[in-house]
Design a protein around this ligand. Structure first.
Ligand SMILES: [Zn+2]
Length: 254
């Protein structure tokens, strides 16, 4: 039973650590009812609390909780002695103390920004704090301290945050990582495409060079043509010269 209880506590603590940013030393806000029951069951809060929560704790209370025990007096004297040993956190009711349940609820505000655990046996306080998300509840049952499972409002809040994250920050991060991964993939694709383009572009200059090589022999042909034309012109001149020389003696002869 102890192992099961410890396992459940570990699970619940990690829930609050992960989802509500709870960190050691855990702030345990106690009231007179918890101290009274602890005293009756001979539970050493200072010793048991860190063991059960598996970490450093700061046990604290408020002036209103102490004042309430003072006014009730008598049977709660022992509880008052226990509670007095803890740190007193400032509340809003310094001049006009209110019932402890009301005071501790006010310490939680709307979002429990100081990450308080509440240790109480007060049912009205328990009902009130369960409406506030992210408030771990400690109570005593069967001579042992028990960390209550996360309340419905806490798990609802976590679900809402998770859904919200799916729309905004968490998914944006995942999208960024996905884009980076896809970007790397696109770069590979682009590189492959470039390689393909290079392969396509390579044959073109090669073919151009081949055409140039094919074209190179043609200019000598034109040169030979020019030479042939020149030769022809020389032949024509020679022929005309020969014709004149041959016609001249025929004129001189008569
Ligand atoms: Zn107060």
């Amino acid at each position: 039973m102890k192992i099961k209880r410890q396992k459940q506590a570990k699970k619940t603590i990690s829930f609050y650590k992960y989802n509500f940013n709870f960190r050691q030393p855990f702030q345990i806000l106690l009231d007179g009812t918890f101290c009274q029951v602890a005293l009756k069951n001979k539970i050493q809060i200072k010793e048991q609390m860190p063991k059960y929560l598996m970490g450093e704790v700061q046990l604290c209370t408020t002036n209103c909780a102490l004042k309430e025990l003072e006014t009730l007096g008598g049977q709660l004297y022992g509880a008052k002695i226990v509670l007095q040993k803890f740190q007193v956190r400032n509340c809003q009711h310094f001049q006009n103390p209110v019932p402890a349940s009301e005071c501790l609820l006010s310490m939680l505000q709307d979002t429990n920004p100081h990450h308080y655990f509440i240790a109480t046996q007060d049912r009205t306080l328990t009902a009130g704090l369960k409406k506030i998300p992210g408030v771990p509840l400690l109570y005593i049952i069967l001579n042992t301290i028990v960390l209550d499972k996360p309340s419905q409002s806490s798990s609802d809040q976590v679900q809402a945050v998770q859904l919200g994250e799916l729309v905004s920050p968490a998914q944006q991060q995942s999208i960024r990582t996905l884009k980076e991964e896809q970007g790397i993939g696109q770069k590979d694709g682009e590189r492959r495409g470039r390689k393909r383009k290079r392969k396509q572009s390579n044959p073109n200059p090669l073919s151009c060079q081949k055409k140039k090589k094919k074209g190179l022999p043609t200019p000598p042909r034109t040169k030979t043509d020019a030479m042939g034309k020149k030769k022809r012109s020389r032949n024509k001149r020679q022929k005309t010269e020969g014709d004149t020389s041959s016609s001249a003696p025929s004129v001189k002869a008569p």
